[in-house]
Design a protein around this ligand. Sequence first.
Ligand code: GLU
Length: 509
Amino acid sequence: MSKPVRVRFAPSPTGPLHMGGVRTALYNYLFAKKHQGTFILRIEDTDQTRFVPGAQEYIVDALKWCGILPSEGPNIGGDFGPYVQSERQAMYQPYAEQLVAEDKAYYAFDTAEDLDRMRDQAKEMGMPNWQYNSVTRATMKNALSLPQTEVAQRIANGEPYVIRMKMPRNEEVRFHDLIRGWVVVNTNNLDDKVLFKSDGMPTYHLANVVDDYTMQISHVIRGEEWLPSAPLHVLLYQAFGWDAPEFAHLPLLLRPDGNGKLSKRDGDRLGFPVFPTNWTTAEGELYSGYREKGYLPEAFINMLALLGWNPGTPQEIFTLEELVEAFSLERVSKSGAKFDPEKTKWFQQSWLRMQADADIAKGLKATNPTLNISDSALETLVGLMKERATFAEDILTDGAYFLANPSAFDTETIRKKWKTETTGYMNEWLDRLSGISEFNSANIEAAFKGYLEEKGLGIGAVLLPYRLSVTGVGAGPGMFEISAFLGKEEVLHRMKTNLPTIEAMLHEA
Ligand code: GLU
């Protein structure tokens, strides 16, 4: 690669960033870092009708949470700014006018009603997909169909007009996509797209091409939904006499069942987030985000990276740095990538396990300010529960018995496993426990083994009831560790309080 790599993520602030958008940003970032290039954030807000307040801030914040940090962009700066298209507005018109002067584009005066009328007429005649193109433009109100004097008059009168691309007739547009290979389209299938609107704003197409050129973008890496626009963009580069950047169109993200594109409504409907962070609409509707659900950004990014790309090795867990190292566009697949919520949880679980206990404990203290436990005790608790948790908060919810005597008991297990002699064993074991002077897990375990041996009992006959009477549940980390954590006094107190409760429960049945 001779030219320096400069790539951009160019979202439109029309709402929150879908996880597909985050993946596009991620692949751009990885590609840039891999090639010692520059990753740029550009906000494409030329469609003022679709502008959503707060969306730009959301995008910036979400990328920050993910650790996908642009080196140029709004509020960051750079040599190619501004990085928000509405702030570049004055720049675009001369380019559109240049194409008009060179007979590659033209003024058109058709109103929205004119266009609707044409569409309706065509539909009545059995042509549902009417297009403004090289055939129909002669029947419309534009500089190619109207007399020159009328065109001049309309402009002099301040009549609103748009500038349309004069799509050449029957020409082949060819370009090479780094993921999809050669793409060939005949211009007869393309319409005379609006390049410049009557509100004085460029359309996405013109602004996108002008900005990619003036920002010296080397590679355009974006979602597959933009593939149909790429031939027009290639023609625009040709019309301006500019070298086009390389293109790479990323595969779609599909629903878990593979049935169609993953949409913003799927998430909360199917029980998983589709957005990186929470988003509340102006109407107060909440779309949940990975961050607020308790996902680690590392897990989210790791999962996203593998949706449509594979390293060619069995490795699944990657840090961002490792992804930079391993990433290549060659290994991005052409076909859609099925989102798998269960696998996403697996990534989260794996990443949680890799966090230091102290860090998790610190996070829990921050999210649960009323937590009444010392830092070191919480760290021990985290160490004991981490392997069983998916989210950090699970440690406190599933391990609530570390913090307080349980008020609820697993009745089903108790009914199944509690034999007539069990309470008797528990009372004897309680006695042994009270005799342990240094109440650490090794000593408790030794006492336990001694008791079993003496009585000729199997582990299950005593350990499970012991667990149930101290924690209320039938599974958890090692009982000797739990006991040591709680301390002798608390364990004895719980057994004395809970054994009668359990007995009562059994008699109730
Ligand atoms: N503004 C477009 C979007 O919202 C960007 C498409 C592109 O990257 O060219 O996705």
